[in-house]
Ligand binder design. Structure first.
Ligand code: ADP
Ligand code: MG
Length: 370
């Protein structure tokens, strides 16, 4: 159990933490969240005494940590930060075993730790590789394992995944949650991403300007956000967030377009390569000009140099900001494959297809689409 009682800290005359009170139970996954500069990192660094409070008490299992030996204290607390800093001249195995070695574990035990931990993240074959041979996500994974190597009951993680791409971040979130549950750790995790907090936390501590605004389970916070700041952070995750209703929320934007002066053969090849049977066509200025179909190319193509004569304006077009419902109805009723969404300057903003609609709806219901 970790307990903060009236913990305050100032830098110069600026108060940064204003009398924090909270208790974290063993085995809980707690996420500290709040606007940048609200004091999350400061709070976290006090738990392993990288920083000391000006006043108040922090205790672990009823013992004031200020009375304890720092080195001894930190043996029981793993620590992971954003720039993990693996030692570049050490292998993965050696990196993981830095702390066990300091603690003078014997070789066999170190090897066992490495094997067991790497197995948990399916990286057994990486034991003898160097950090430079790993991707960013893999390095961060090893950083997490290093923090777990001496089996500390408490692990502190300060925005450990914020530098990673969204896919890798999701994977590591899943792994950390599963490691925490399997190994029954108490984890205190700093994040500025509400999606991450909702996914990982048993308890979320929402801070602002050095104070706790709300401490609650994700469900409770979603149901009853303490104030507008919390509600804003919850944003699209909140149950009462208005459902998006305009076309741009339902369109896909990675499109294949061609200029209308291009050759017929070139366009046919692009269609074949991308497995599509129509292409979006723009004029020289990038404005929407129409579409061409593989059928028309087959029928007329041989006689033409450029595609311009066979560009059709038959596709339904709508504008960014238009109500999406009309496009859905049209797609369903007409059997058309897509509706073209135009921006203000007549450029192509995207297309709405049945698949893009389904994807957006799923994302809205279940969070970020994979
Ligand atoms: N060493 C320092 N000296 C002066 N001010 C600091 C120092 N470290 C942090 N601060 C200030 O304390 C506040 C809280 O910082 P921090 O705990 O890092 O916030 P967070 O992690 O929530 O973004 C910020 O206003 C920050 O500018
Ligand atoms: Mg911080």
């Amino acid at each position: 159990m970790i307990q903060f009682e009236h913990v305050s800290k100032s830098y110069g005359k600026t108060p940064v933490l204003k009398g924090l009170n909270f208790t974290i139970q063993d085995g809980q996954f707690v996420v500290l969240i709040g606007p940048s500069g609200c004091g999350k990192t400061t709070t976290m660094k006090m738990i392993n005494r990288l920083l000391e409070p000006d006043s108040g008490t922090i205790s672990i299992d009823g013992r004031d940590i200020h009375q304890q030996d720092k080195v001894e204290l930190r043996r029981h607390i793993g620590y992971v930060i954003q720039q993990i800093g693996l030692f570049p001249n050490m292998t993965v195995a050696q990196n993981i075993c830095v702390v066990p070695k300091l603690l003078k574990y014997d070789k066999a035990r170190c090897e066992e730790i490495v094997r067991d931990l790497l197995k948990m993240v399916n990286m057994e074959q990486y034991a003898d590789k160097y950090p430079s041979e790993l991707s960013g996500g893999q390095q961060q994974r090893i950083g997490v394992l290093r923090a777990l190597a001496a089996s500390p009951p408490i692990v502190l993680m300060d925005e450990p995944f914020s530098a990673l791409d969204p896919m890798t971040r999701e994977t590591l979130q899943d792994e950390v949650k599963s490691l925490q549950q399997k190994l029954n750790k108490t984890v205190i995790f700093v994040s500025h991403d509400m999606g991450e907090a909702l996914k990982l936390a048993d308890v979320i501590i929402f801070m602002a300007e050095g104070e706790i605004v709300q401490m609650a389970s994700p469900e409770e916070m979603l149901e009853h956000p303490a104030n507008d700041l919390v509600r804003n952070f919850l944003g699209k995750h909140a149950p009462d967030a208005p459902a998006p209703s305009t076309v741009e929320h339902f369109m896909r934007t990675n499109l294949i377009t061609v200029k209308q002066n291009r050759g017929v053969l070139e366009c046919a090849e692009r269609m074949a390569r991308s497995s599509v049977d129509t292409l979006l066509v723009t004029d020289e200025e990038g404005r929407y000009a129409g579409t061409i179909s593989i059928g028309d190319i087959r029928r007329w193509g041989r006689e033409l140099n450029s595609i311009e004569p066979i560009v059709r304006q038959t596709a339904r077009t709508v504008r960014v900001g238009d109500d999406a419902r009309e496009s859905f109805d049209y797609l369903l009723d007409s059997g058309a494959n897509y509706v073209v969404v135009l921006g203000e300057d007549d450029t192509i903003a995207g297309i709405v297809t049945k698949t893009s609609v389904a994807r957006s709806v799923a994302e809205n219901l279940w969070g970020d689409a994979r």
